[in-house]
Design a protein around this ligand. Structure first.
Ligand code: NAP
Length: 482
């Protein structure tokens, strides 16, 4: 594998591809979605075998993958995502005339994408990062995740088929296999213009530092997981004890807990704690251990649990039962908020179906907790309206700590849409201004460029006076389709 040739080809392909119309890019993405669907019978068994995830889940994940591809296809076909903004010239303005200034979003260039182990389809080869970069008009150099090599190769083949069917250069997407050294070489290449990653904190931070040590640093969009706390209030628990216990356990144990939105922490008031714990324990004991993605992930899960078992601040409600190391057995421990506040170890993510129930005394303690929380992808508040109204300071503070604040349901199950925000303050991600799920993710791979006094016929169509694309634009500060 010659990394330099890969990037030279990716750069050449990018220079052509970026100028394609939104309709042409959209057509390519739609073609890809169709090809992936027509290869369902080949892709699903591979992904099931390589990830240990059940067939139903993988089938659903393929649907989610093609669904998000179509979301981006529609976005770029419609075209307004480029945020065309026009301040027309004011030659007669006094005391100084104003030049004609027109700004638009333009794609960054070749993007390096690292696949995730826990979503072999939706966050991997043709997953959200790859597709949002392609939709923006970037070429992609993709580092396959070693946990699902055959699935990755098959999906990469589908992407090549789609490129070929649309008469586009194959180097718009390059599939690279290898280990740490290859991944790092991709990030270091001078033609790489951005990096997208989903995985561990250690991996994300290593790549973040590498990208910043380059002679020309590049943006790093690393999603590194989260503990996704749930804050429970007394009246809500009094009313819905069993329903909420069910909802918590279902979310905690979904997919053996291998979701970045898995709720690993739950804050419960002292008075209601015992009842709630009983209901949770009853649910939890009925859930069997499920195979984890690979032995490395299962080992990391049990190592983390072992480190916690050594701490005498914890009382175990359900212990993990590692009969077969690949199986992630759900576990739950309880701790007093005063102890939780003292030790950062208890704040950290345990990737898998482990929950820590933190029992708090009063609202003052709850505020201390919120102040100490690190940045999260999500925070959930289970409270009655009256309780929310009486705790606006807390609700206000929690907004500073997360990318998505929920008031119903559980954080797993991330909707792929226009309003979704999947990315929070550090350490959940390295770039809280953006999302890695939903159509807004496209903005990660574009930068603004302004054209000053550019002749009309040379302007991108999105900025021409006649608005030939018929898109929404901001002209003189006013949104218009004219
Ligand atoms: P990972 O270890 O972070 O690896 C993800 C990808 O990044 C792999 O391709 C890996 O390379 C690469 N990588 C990791 N460290 C690197 C470094 N220092 N330099 C260059 N490349 C590097 O994630 P994983 O293998 O999927 O799972 C390990 C742990 O990550 C889990 O136990 C869990 O804690 C966490 N995780 C979190 C999320 C999340 O939601 N954010 C998702 C999945 C996993 P190789 O190809 O050489 O392995």
């Amino acid at each position: 594998m010659n990394i330099d040739s890969i990037f030279q080809a990716a750069q050449t392909a990018f220079l052509d591809y970026k100028n394609l119309s939104g309709k042409e890019k959209g057509h390519f993405l739609e073609t890809l979605a169709e090809i992936l669907e027509s290869n369902r019978a080949a892709i699903v068994p591979l992904a099931v075998r390589e990830s240990n995830l059940p067939e139903g889940r993988i089938n659903g994940e393929l649907g989610r993958t093609t669904g998000q591809i179509r979301l981006f296809a529609n976005l770029v076909k419609e075209g307004s995502w480029v945020e065309a903004t026009i301040d027309p010239a004011m030659p007669d303005r006094s005391p100084l005339p104003r030049a004609d200034i027109r700004r638009i979003l333009t794609p960054l260039g070749p993007v390096v994408v690292f696949g995730a182990s826990n979503f072999p389809l939706a966050f991997s080869t043709a997953g959200g990062d790859t597709i949002s970069a392609l939709a923006a008009g970037c070429s992609v150099v993709y580092k396959a995740h070693p946990a699902h090599p055959e699935t990755s190769r098959k999906v990469a083949e589908c992407i090549q088929q789609a490129l070929s069917a649309c008469g586009l250069p194959s180097a718009i997407f390059t599939h690279v296999e290898g280990g740490i050294a290859e991944g790092q070489a991709l990030v270091k290449h001078p033609l790489a213009k951005a990096l997208a990653f989903t995985g561990s904190h250690a991996g994300g931070m290593a790549l973040f530092h590498l990208a910043n040590q380059r002679e020309v640093p590049i943006p790093v969009f690393a999603e590194m997981g989260s503990v996704n706390p749930i804050f429970c209030f007394p009246q809500k628990l009094e009313k819905e004890n069993d329903t909420l216990a069910k909802a918590f356990v279902a979310s905690l144990t979904l997919g053996a807990g291998q979701f970045c939105t898995n709720p690993g922490l739950i804050f419960v008031p002292e008075k209601q704690a015992q009842n709630f714990e009983l209901a949770i324990a009853a649910e939890l004991h009925a859930i069997a251990a499920a195979p984890m993605l690979h032995e490395g992930i299962a080992k990391a899960y049990y190592d983390s649990i072992q480190a916690l078992e050594a701490r005498n601040e914890l009382r175990w409600v359900k212990v993990a039962d590692p009969k077969h190391l690949i199986n992630g057995s759900p576990a739950l421990a309880e701790i007093k908020a005063a102890d939780w506040l003292k030790h950062p170890l208890f704040h950290q993510e345990v990737f898998g179906a482990f929950g820590l129930m933190v029992v708090y005394r009063d609202h003052a303690e709850l505020l201390d907790i919120a102040q100490q929380l690190e940045g999260q992808l999500t925070i959930t508040v289970w409270a009655e309206l009256e309780e929310l109204k009486n705790n606006l300071t807390l609700v206000n503070l929690l907004q500073e700590k997360c990318g998505r604040l929920l008031f119903k349901g559980a954080p797993t199950g991330v909707e792929v849409g226009h309003a979704m925000q999947h990315g929070g303050p550090f350490p959940s991600t390295t770039a809280s201004q953006t999302t890695s799920v939903g159509s807004y993710a496209i903005k990660r791979f574009a930068r603004p460029i302004a054209f000053q006094d550019m002749p009309q016929e040379l302007l991108p169509e999105a900025l021409m006076d006649a608005n030939p694309l018929g898109i929404w634009r901001t002209v003189n500060g006013v949104m218009t389709m004219k």
